[in-house]
Unconditional design. Structure first.
Lengths: 267, 285
């Protein structure tokens, strides 16, 4: 059974903003895949469909053999529980303390009552410590999350996924707000976790070097389409040039796309 | 990813008529209102108006600060505060659940509902009806003034403080619910999306995502409403719902303006005290 199977998946925002355009994809259990491509290519939207936040406008999506279009209520939540997402903007709750953000990885397995109790008196504090130790910011556990720097928040978000202990980790630009040396360390940490506990790992990366150096399978995404899908040694410079042609350098474009698509997505 | 729709230029030139039409409409409405509402800025300077004002003001001074009268006012003042506290309490009980249900991003739209309602018309219908119903009840509650509510509750539960409590509870519940839903609507959805993706249910998302983000505004506005409730509960006494208002009514009817001024001073002090307490609480958050 495939971890993920996508058949002509498309996502259209509003009426005609096509974010993902007919993607076919199969991912096996325990595979490690990097997705690269210019920002605004639809990688994030693809991830938001893979973690059952957005529904594809067209096409079919199976997770572990379950057709996502049939999932509602309790079954939908139990599928979500098995998919951990690390977001580019961390998506932590700013006014909560770090410990609660980390432990919120448990919400899918905790009862509502237990999660409420945890807000008053953290449940499973040792678990939170362990996760934070793995990302190296144990000492911040009782700080308010919005007091942390971008890089530290990114690591809290990773700790949350460690606590969640999912089958699949979707990491959407997990190293965009940390310095290069730490970036490599974080990518390797996620790869180790995937390897040691046989978790499927999908990672969006804007660093082509990291993708080619560490991942056995790399997918190029452009204009909502998968333009190549192969092992890194078969990816030529021409192919990469083609992938990024017609786009501004990453950093400049980011803000533009974000604001515009945000207003559509969050309306 | 970007294939942004370009607005047709034709519709834009049509739109430019609207501002003109609207300004004209506003001008007509304003002038007509001035005329019909009988706005006469010089009314105070006319002989009759001046005399009445003078009689009222001189009657007020000096305020009646005799121990006899003040001790008589102690319990009504206390009752006013108590009505406002219980009224606001009921208003929160009424407004909170309705406010949540009346939040679009919580009940029907956006990323938190997309996967849940997709491909299921019955779910969508259920969400929409609970949302619309909550909105409808809130509008009904707040469109009827608390004064009128008090009038009805005096008939229903009799003269006294409880009818005032109910009147404030219902009318303010409508206002609080509306503002709560606006506060929730303003909450950043990204963290909530992340909570949802861990498999959290709506209640868990509510307590881990919505509440922490909304809490400061939530408390702040509720305290402001409490301050308004102190004033309102004084007024409600005029229709027999207890508190200081009943005393104002009695003194007014007896033309004891010096007593009226005393009561107004007490009211002023109470509102100032409530304001002070609110500021302290806000500072903690």
């Amino acid at each position: 059974m495939h971890q993920y199977r996508l058949e002509k998946i498309s996502k259209v925002f509003g009426r005609r903003q096509i974010a993902v355009d007919g993607v076919d994809l199969e991912v096996e259990r325990g595979e490690r895949v990097a997705l690269i491509g210019p920002s605004g290519a639809g990688k994030t939207t693809l991830f938001r469909m893979l973690n059952c936040t957005l529904r594809p406008t067209a096409g079919k999506l199976w997770i572990n053999g379950d057709a996502v279009s049939d999932l509602h209520g309790k079954r939908l939540r139990s599928v979500r529980r098995k998919i951990g997402t690390i977001y580019q903007q961390h998506n932590l709750v700013p006014r909560l303390r770090v410990v609660h953000n980390v432990l919120s990885g448990n919400l899918g397995s905790w009862s509502t009552l237990r999660s409420l109790a945890s807000l008053l008196r953290p449940q499973g504090l040792e678990m939170a410590y362990r996760a934070l130790r793995q990302v190296g910011i144990e000492e911040k556990i009782f700080h308010r999350t919005d007091e942390l720097s971008g890089g530290q928040q990114q690591r809290v978000a990773i700790a949350r996924v460690l606590v969640q202990d999912p089958e699949v980790i979707l990491a959407d630009e997990p190293v965009s707000s940390v310095d290069p040396s730490l970036a490599t360390a974080i990518v390797r940490l996620l790869l180790d976790i995937s390897q040691n506990t046989h978790k499927t790992l999908l990672m969006n990366l804007h660093s082509v070097d990291l993708a080619l150096a560490y991942f056995p399978r790399v997918i190029g995404i452009k204009d909502g389409k998968a333009v190549f899908d192969r092992s890194p040694d078969k990816i030529s410079d021409e192919l990469l040039e083609e992938l990024y042609s017609g786009h501004l350098p990453d950093s400049q474009e980011n803000g533009l796309i974000d604001e515009e698509s945000k207003s559509l997505i969050y309306q | 990813m970007m294939r942004s729709p370009s607005l047709s230029s034709i519709s834009r030139s049509e739109k430019s008529l609207f501002p003109c039409l609207f300004s004209l409409l506003f001008l007509v409405a304003f002038l007509d209102s001035w005329w019909r509402a009988g706005v006469r800025p010089f009314a105070f300077f006319e002989k009759e108006g001046r005399e009445h004002l003078w009689k009222f003001l001189t009657g007020m001074f000096p305020p009646d600060l005799s121990w006899n009268f003040l001790s008589l006012m102690f319990y009504p003042a206390l009752e006013t505060i108590q009505i406002s506290i219980m009224g606001t309490f009921i208003a929160v009980i009424v407004g909170f659940p309705l406010g949540i249900l009346g939040t679009r991003t919580f009940s029907v739209g956006g990323v938190l509902n997309e996967a849940e309602v997709a491909g299921s018309l019955s779910r969508l219908a259920l969400r929409w009806s609970s949302y619309t119903m909550a909105r409808g009840i809130l509008s009904l509650f707040r469109s009827i003034p608390e004064f009128v509510w008090a009038f009805m509750f005096v008939r229903a539960v009799g003269l006294g403080a409880f009818s005032g409590v109910l009147a404030i509870g219902v009318a303010y519940g409508g206002m609080l619910g509306k503002v709560y839903s606006e506060i929730f609507e303003g909450v950043n959805l990204r963290p909530l999306e992340a909570l949802q993706s861990t498999g959290a249910n709506r209640l868990q998302i509510f307590f881990y995502g919505w509440m922490p983000q909304a809490l400061p505004n939530f408390v702040s506005y509720t305290l402001y409403r409490w301050e308004c409730a102190v004033r309102a509960s004084a007024i409600l006494g005029l229709v027999g719902a207890g508190g200081l208002g009943t005393q104002i009514e009695i003194s007014m009817r007896m033309f004891n303006f010096s007593e009226v001024l005393t009561i107004l001073l007490i009211l002023f002090l109470m509102v100032a005290a409530v304001d002070y307490i609110s500021a302290k609480v806000r500072a903690i958050l």
